[in-house]
Ligand binder design. Sequence first.
Ligand SMILES: Nc1ncnc2c1ncn2[C@@H]1O[C@H](COP(=O)(O)OP(=O)(O)OP(=O)(O)O)[C@@H](O)[C@H]1O
Ligand SMILES: [Mg+2]
Length: 252
Amino acid sequence: MAALLEVKDLQVSVADREILHGLTLTVNQGEVHAIMGPNGSGKSTLSHVIAGKPGYEVTGGQILFKGEDLLEMEPNERAAKGVFLAFQYPVEIPGVATMNFLRTALNAQRKARGEDELSTPDFLKRVREVSASLGIPQEMLKRGVNVGFSGGEKKRNEVLQMALFQPSLCILDEMDSGLDIDALRIASEGVNALRSPERAMVVITHYQRLLDYIVPDYVHVMSKGKVVKSGGKELALELEANGYAQYQEAAA
Ligand SMILES: Nc1ncnc2c1ncn2[C@@H]1O[C@H](COP(=O)(O)OP(=O)(O)OP(=O)(O)O)[C@@H](O)[C@H]1O
Ligand SMILES: [Mg+2]
């Protein structure tokens, strides 16, 4: 299996405070990795740095994506190369209708890859199919991006983007938080439909429950800015039973 994402000894600071202290993680094509770990251990920070969110200073290490230096790329270049992050806290974009946002983002990515823009009918057909499968009403797509969306609606909108953009690396940061029981199942089915030998997923979650739906190949525990333990899917069950105490000592 070819390595899709290689994070090597990554050190990251925010506001002069080091948050990631030498984090190493390799994700191969076709794999699903779950990242768990206590609040504040740096899971979202890692996802933001991979996606290229501003405000983080990389002070050491590297990130390769398909063998290329990801940290040298602008956030939009990363998206065009196939990096996608479903945010823990999706941002509201008032004044930009969701439908227009989806179309602009999708076509910008296609253009950057040297592909033709999708025609309006083709685009509308795809959005209708995907949103219907995720239980997102068409009316919602006319509203500003995430503006006034409920917590669960925002999460569904993230999965909608992912299903449309068909990224090669999908990072889901607490996709399960705020989703009702049915929405969790539907969103998970949307994610599972994207599983393929070419694609990989990194699923950040606090709860084993999500991993019943999206069954990971590997589970990693982060504590204090590092991966302190890696294992198979049984590691999530062990965490649910025993908590993080032993790993927090290991990281200290
Ligand atoms: N802009 C910032 N300024 C100061 N500290 C920050 C900033 N962003 C993140 N941090 C700190 O970095 C640490 C890691 O935060 P991060 O959001 O990555 O944790 P997390 O593992 O995603 O936690 P959770 O499970 O609660 O989502 C926290 O202590 C947080 O307060
Ligand atoms: Mg987080």
